[in-house]
Structure formats: structure tokens, C-alpha cells
Design a protein around this ligand. Structure first.
Ligand code: NOJ
Length: 534
């Protein structure tokens, strides 16, 4: 049993490094990353300076959705290691003052979970009502028009018991029935189980899908649906998404986390700022907060980003803290979305805005999406909805450590191909290059931990100093930090309203740090971001 230290509340400005364990570091030569691999790379985590890691799911799983299909919540999948190994990892991370966050997957299990195997065995099994089963319509078709996020109907016919079961994601991921109290009881025990083994918190998967309207009526069609978006958005998800009961459950979970010594949860929610505020206001926000995906999903345009952050920060106020995310295993990599130069600016914003910063492993190197040949596709999303550009394999390819075979990730064939650019783009090379993406991240992380204004100062919006240039102040006591980001690849002349300032850091790491410069008609280079102290 884990015997490390028990921490108190999470600092509201933690820097969390998201590890996709399959792709981080393989130590047993099976081409799949493992827990020992993370242990072996703890020095890298301390070099970077992050103060927490979040692991995508490591539970026992048939890996149909690479761990988001859990067949036993209280075991580690053998491809990653054992519970003992997890405890060792937690203990070693804690020694370095790094917290560890698990992924918590409550909406669905794997179809191979013994609960589901029992549930589907007969209509009167005691586990039947742990999942969502409905009769077909008279013509044998599914009970309603609900859609799976991954494509097609959310209902799957079960020949044996002659009913449909609900799966919001893959058909191998049947939805649990959270309207059943036994499900809640068992699923909350999972949280305690991992806290006892050293976890400091959780990222919660798909939480807004948990409750379904019990009238099981059709969802209305979305008249504005455009065919270039996900087929799932053909409907408005009024019966299956963000039901009020979710907030009540979040509140119960936040109480549990509080009782467990101030542990922490961040939840995956895709929703507007008003709704995110509802969560902050109704749940004990010190222990339970929603992700904010605006840096990923809003267009990369200065005005759009500025207006969003200004409004969000105003709504949130000084008491609550945003959880900004710049990338994850579900979306195209930052450097692919907006290019390497702009992804430096994204890093500046991620690490100088208020609150928590979530970094997706590999983005600190500006890793790019790797093209995957049709016959090599692994991701269930691409397999269900092929050719729409929804596949997530490209952003999940192995971490690029060095120039050796398979980028130092594995001695055997990796489960996904290593990007061909690894000879140039890797940790080892970037550690030696003073101007590298990695060095920028390292400096920004250090700044976020040491500058009082960035660590805990107020966010003060400023007028745009030039077209497509975003700037803001962070202020704490005597320290005033000015951030300026050029979203264009053209030079800009700025009217900032300040006479002079000291350069702390620029996105290309080419300007002389600590140098006092005049801010009158200051010239910003194409794609450049700068942090000044006033
Ligand atoms: C969101 C996760 O991030 C994604 O990877 C997964 O496929 C779905 N939820 C279903 O669990």
C-alpha cells in the first residue's frame, strides 16, 4: 500500500503535464510505453519544472479506445505495469514534488467489463440495470435517434436478450446507468481506491454525458449542421448532455475530494463560458474545476482570443481559477494547428494567463501530427468515421527523445509510427539549442513559478496595440508584467501607452533578456510574442 506523503490543496496555478502513457517511453520492448518508462523520465519532468502529471488511462482494458474502455478500474493493464509500479511512480514523483493525476472514466466501461458481461447475460441479471437497455421500436429499429460521438446510432442491438444498449462512444464502450445508485456507489469507490495508492487527483472523462433524460425521447435536429463538422452535431443534445443532475454529482464528488485531504479533479466539458461558470459557482471549485478549451477550439485570431479571455476572466473573478489547455490526445497538435512559430505564442499565453496550465506531452518540442497510412489506423474514431480527418492517431505518435532508433522511445516496433522528423526534432537536440521550443517552455514554466504577477497576479485587459496583436497585463503588488503577442506573420508597430520596459522573455529567445527598451513605436517581429516587466 502506498505510504508517501499526503498533500493539501492543489495550488491554483499548477502546471500539469499530460502524458499519453502508450507513447511516452517503452522499457520492456513491446512497442508500448509503460509506467517504468515514466519513472525513467522523471528527471526530464524535473528538468521541465512541471509540478504535476496527468496520465491518460492505465487501467485494465482491451484497448479498443486505448484505455478509455476500462474492464477493471482497480487494476493496471499489464501493458503498462502493475499497481505496485504505479505506487512506486507516485512515490518517486512526490519525492520530486510532482503530483500525479489519474484519468477517471465514469461514463462507460468496456464491453468486456464483468459488470457488462453480467448485464448482457439476461434481462433479469442484477447488473442489468447498471447499463442503459431499451426495447426496439415496433419496426425493430433503435429506441430513438440518439447518436454516438464516434458516428452512427448510439444504440447497439443485443441478439441474446433482444434489447438495445446505449453507447455514447464506441459500441465496445457501453454507457453506465448513473441513474442507478449502485453505479454511483461503485464508481466513487474507484476514486478512493486510487487516492489510497498515491493519486493526488483525477481528470474526468466525458462527465457531461453521464445522465440521460429518462423519457428517452428523440433529440431535436440541428438546422445549422454543416457536413464538415462531426456527424454527432446533426442533433442538439438536449436529452443526453449537461443534464442538471451532473452538477449535483460533481458536488458530491467534490465533497469526497475535500474529505480526502484536498484532492483535485478537473473535468472534460465542452461547453460555453456561462455553463463553465455554473460549475464554478455550484461545485466546490477548490476541488473540482472544468477545463477551458478556448485556446484550442477558438480561431487563432488575436481579437477572438482576447475577447474570450477578457470576458471569461471577468466572469470568473478573482476567486476562481481557469484551467487552460493547449493540446491533448484528441486534437491536432498545436504546431500542426497553428504552426511552430505561433505555437510559441500559444505557450506564452498558456503559461502567463491566470490559473492552471495543461501541457500535452510533446507539444513542448513542437511535435507535429504524423500522417498514418490507411492500413495502419488504430483509432476507433477514424475506423468508424473514416476520411473525415477525425482520426487521433497522428497526435498520439511516440515521444521523440533522441536520434537513436525509434527516437529513443522503444527498441521494438512502436504501436504507432514515429514521426520522420525525429532526427531533428527531439528532446536531446532541443536541450542543446538555446533557442529551442523546449527551452522556451522551460523558461515559461520557471517564470510561472517565480514571477509573483504571473503566479498569482490579476489579469488586466488592454486595448489591442495593433491589428491582430493581443496584449494584457498581469499585476501583483509592485510587479507589472506586460504580455504582447503578434498573431500575424508581419511586423507590427505598437502603441502600447508605456514609455519603456524590461524584456523578460521573447518567443524566439533571440532578444537580450533584462534589457530596457523603449516602448514608443515598438517594433514586434512577425509571429513574435514578448513578455515585458514594466
Ligand atoms: C474523451 C477522451 O479524451 C477520448 O480520448 C475518449 O475517446 C472519449 N472521451 C471516450 O472515453
Amino acid at each position: 500500500m502506498y505510504n508517501g506523503h499526503v498533500d493539501i490543496n492543489w495550488p491554483q496555478n499548477s502546471i500539469i503535464y499530460h502524458i499519453y502513457p502508450r507513447s511516452f517511453k517503452d522499457t520492456n520492448g513491446d512497442g508500448i510505453g509503460d509506467l517504468q518508462g515514466i519513472i525513467d523520465k522523471i528527471d526530464y519532468l524535473t528538468y521541465l519544472g512541471v509540478n504535476a502529471v496527468w496520465l491518460s488511462p492505465i487501467y485494465k482494458s482491451p484497448q479498443k479506445d486505448f484505455g478509455y474502455d476500462v474492464s477493471d478500474y482497480k487494476r493496471v493493464d499489464k501493458c503498462y505495469g502493475t499497481i505496485k509500479k504505479f505506487e512506486e511512480l507516485a512515490e518517486k514523483l512526490h519525492k520530486k514534488n510532482i503530483r500525479i493525476m489519474m484519468d477517471y472514466v465514469p461514463n462507460h466501461t468496456s464491453s468486456k467489463h464483468p459488470w457488462f458481461e453480467k448485464s448482457r447475460s439476461s434481462r433479469d441479471n442484477t447488473k442489468r440495470n447498471w447499463y442503459v437497455w431499451r426495447n426496439p421500436k415496433k419496426d425493430g429499429s433503435p429506441p430513438n435517434n440518439w447518436l454516438s460521438v464516434f458516428g452512427g446510432s448510439a444504440w447497439q442491438w443485443d441478439k441474446k436478450t433482444k434489447q438495445y444498449y446505449l453507447h455514447t462512444f464506441d459500441l465496445n464502450q457501453p454507457d453506465l446507468n448513473w441513474h442507478n445508485n449502485d453505479v454511483e456507489k461503485h464508481m466513487l469507490s474507484v476514486i478512493n481506491y486510487w487516492l489510497k495508492r498515491g493519486a493526488d487527483g483525477f481528470r474526468v472523462d466525458a462527465i457531461y454525458h453521464l445522465f440521460k433524460n429518462q423519457d428517452f425521447g428523440d433529440e431535436p435536429e440541428n438546422p445549422n449542421y454543416s457536413t464538415d463538422s462531426l456527424p454527432y452535431y446533426k442533433l442538439f443534445h438536449t436529452k443526453t448532455y449537461a443534464l442538471p443532475k451532473t452538477i449535483e454529482l460533481m458536488r458530491r464528488i467534490s465533497h469526497l475530494l475535500k474529505r480526502s485531504g484536498g484532492k483535485f479533479m478537473v473535468s472534460e466539458v465542452h461547453t460555453g463560458p456561462e455553463d463553465l461558470m455554473k460549475m464554478y459557482k455550484n461545485v466546490d471549485w477548490r476541488y473540482f474545476q472544468p477545463f477551458n478549451f478556448s485556446l484550442i477550439f477558438l480561431p487563432w485570431i488575436a481579437k477572438t482570443q482576447k475577447e474570450y479571455v477578457d470576458q471569461y476572466d471577468r466572469q470568473i473573478g478573482k476567486t476562481y481559477f481557469p484551467c487552460y489547455v493547449s493540446g491533448n490526445h484528441d486534437v491536432k497538435r498545436a504546431a500542426t494547428r497553428i504552426g511552430e512559430k505561433q505555437s510559441r505564442n500559444l505557450a506564452i499565453m498558456l503559461l502567463t494567463l491566470r490559473g492552471f496550465s495543461y501541457i500535452y506531452s510533446g507539444d513542448e518540442l513542437a511535435m507535429t501530427d504524423t500522417p498514418i497510412a490507411k492500413d495502419k489506423v488504430m483509432d476507433t474514431f477514424e475506423l468508424h468515421s473514416p476520411g473525415l480527418g477525425l482520426g487521433r492517431d497522428p497526435q498520439r505518435t511516440p515521444m521523440q527523445w533522441d536520434t537513436t532508433k525509434n527516437a529513443g522511445f522503444s527498441t521494438d516496433s512502436p504501436w504507432l509510427p514515429v514521426n520522420k522528423n525525429y532526427k531533428k526534432l527531439n528532446v536531446q537536440a532541443q536541450m542543446q539549442d538555446k533557442k529551442s521550443h523546449l527551452n522556451l517552455y522551460k523558461k515559461l514554466i520557471n517564470l510561472k513559478k517565480t514571477s509573483p504577477a504571473i503566479k498569482e497576479g490579476e489579469y488586466i485587459p488592454l486595448p489591442m496595440p495593433a491589428p491582430n496583436v493581443y496584449s494584457y497585463l498581469r499585476e501583483k503588488g509592485a510587479q507589472k508584467v506586460l504580455v504582447v503577442v503578434n498573431f500575424d506573420n508581419k511586423p507590427k508597430k505598437l502603441s502600447l501607452g508605456y514609455k519603456e520596459a524590461r524584456i523578460i522573455l521573447d518567443s524566439f529567445l533571440t532578444r537580450e533578456p533584462n534589457k530596457k527598451v523603449s516602448l514608443v513605436d515598438f517594433k514586434l517581429k512577425p509571429d513574435e510574442g514578448i513578455i515585458f516587466e514594466l
